[in-house]
Design a protein around this ligand. Structure first.
Ligand code: G
Ligand code: G
Ligand code: MN
Ligand code: NA
Length: 248
C-alpha cells in the first residue's frame, strides 16, 4: 500500500522520531525511567499514530526494521540520560516468540556497551498469551542477561493466571482503561486492588498507566502502587527534554 511505501522510506531516511514518556515514583514524582514511543511526523498528512502504523509494519514485514530503528535510537539516547534512568522498549508480538529476538537484542546492547539494567522490554499481555511458551523463553533469556521485563496493557488480554505465575516479568503495567475509573468506579478500584495483590504474591512490581488526575494518583499510592505513567506527569517528549527534567 501507499502507507507501507511511505513507512519504508521513512525508515530509510531517518524519518521517524522516538519520544520518551517518563515513568515516575508517584510519591516523589522523580523520574525512574522512560518508555520509548515511536512517532511518525509525516509532513504530507500530519502525524500518524503508532496504533495505525505499527500494525501496518507488522503486516508488511517492516516491523523488524522498525524495531532496529527504535532500539538504535534508544541505545544512542541512553548515553545522554543520567545512569539511573532506564528506557523501556515496546517489543512487537511478532518478534516476541521468535527464537532469534533475544540474542539479537543482547548483541546490540553489547555492541553499544549499554548496561543491561538500563533497558526494559515491554510485551503486551495479548502477545504473551498467543504463544506463552515461546514468549517466556525470549523473556527469560533477556532477564538472565539482566534486562528488565514488563507486561504491558495488563487486564486487556485475558491472562491465564497459571501462565502469569511462571512468566519471567519484573513489572506488571496496569492498562489505562482500569486506571481511568479508579477514583470513581468501585469496580475499577476492586480490579486494581486485585492486580496489586496478585503482583505482590508473584513477586512482581506494579505500575499504573494513563494517570491523568491527582485523585487517581493519591488513590493508587494509598493502595500501594507507587510507579506511574500518564499525562498528569508528562506525555512522551524528546530525549533532550527528559535529560532536563531529570536534573531537577
Ligand atoms: O504513543 P501512542 O499512545 O500513540 O502509542 C500507541 C501504541 O503504539 C501503543 O500501544 C504503543 O505500545 C505502540 N507503540 C509505540 N511505540 C512503539 C514501538 O516502538 N514499538 C511497538 N511495537 N509499538 C509501539
Ligand atoms: O499501549 P501502550 O501502553 O504502550 O500505549 C502508550 C500510549 O498511551 C501512548 O500512545 C501514549 O501517548 C498514551 N498515553 C500515555 N499517557 C496517557 C494518559 O495519561 N492518558 C491517555 N489517554 N493516554 C496516555
Ligand atoms: Mn508500552
Ligand atoms: Na501500555
Amino acid at each position: 500500500t501507499n502507507v507501507q511505501q511511505h513507512l519504508a522510506r521513512a525508515l530509510q531516511t531517518d524519518g521517524l522520531d522516538v519520544h520518551y514518556q517518563p515513568v515516575v515514583d508517584m510519591d516523589t514524582r522523580h523520574i525512574l525511567g522512560v518508555e520509548a514511543l515511536v512517532r511518525w511526523p509525516e509532513p504530507s498528512v500530519g502525524p500518524v499514530s503508532p496504533s495505525e502504523f505499527v500494525p501496518i509494519a507488522e503486516e508488511s514485514g517492516l516491523i523488524g526494521e522498525m524495531t532496529e530503528y527504535v532500539l538504535a535510537r534508544c541505545l544512542r539516547d541512553l548515553a545522554t540520560l543520567p545512569p539511573h534512568i532506564y528506557i523501556a522498549l515496546n517489543m512487537s508480538g511478532y518478534s516476541l516468540p521468535r527464537p532469534e529476538t533475544a540474542d539479537w537484542l543482547i548483541e546490540q546492547m553489547r555492541r553499544a556497551s549499554v548496561a543491561p539494567e538500563r533497558l526494559c522490554v515491554e510485551v503486551t499481555e495479548t502477545a504473551v498469551m498467543r504463544h506463552p511458551a515461546a514468549a517466556a523463553q525470549t523473556l527469560s533469556i533477556l532477564r538472565n542477561f539482566g534486562v528488565r521485563t514488563a507486561l504491558d496493557d495488563f487486564g486487556t488480554g485475558a491472562s491465564s493466571l497459571a501462565v502469569l505465575r511462571e512468566l519471567p516479568v519484573d513489572l506488571i503495567k496496569i492498562d489505562r482503561s482500569f486506571v481511568r475509573g479508579v477514583a470513581t468506579e468501585p469496580r475499577d478500584l476492586s480490579l486494581i486492588k486485585a492486580v496489586i495483590g496478585l503482583a505482590d504474591d508473584f513477586d512482581m512490581d506494579v505500575l499504573a498507566e494513563g494517570v491523568e488526575l491527582e485523585a487517581q494518583r493519591s488513590l493508587l499510592l494509598e493502595q500501594g502502587c507507587r510507579k506511574g505513567q500518564g499525562f498528569l506527569f508528562s506525555p512522551a517528549v524528546p530525549a533532550s527534554t527528559i535529560a532536563k527534567l531529570a536534573q531537577r
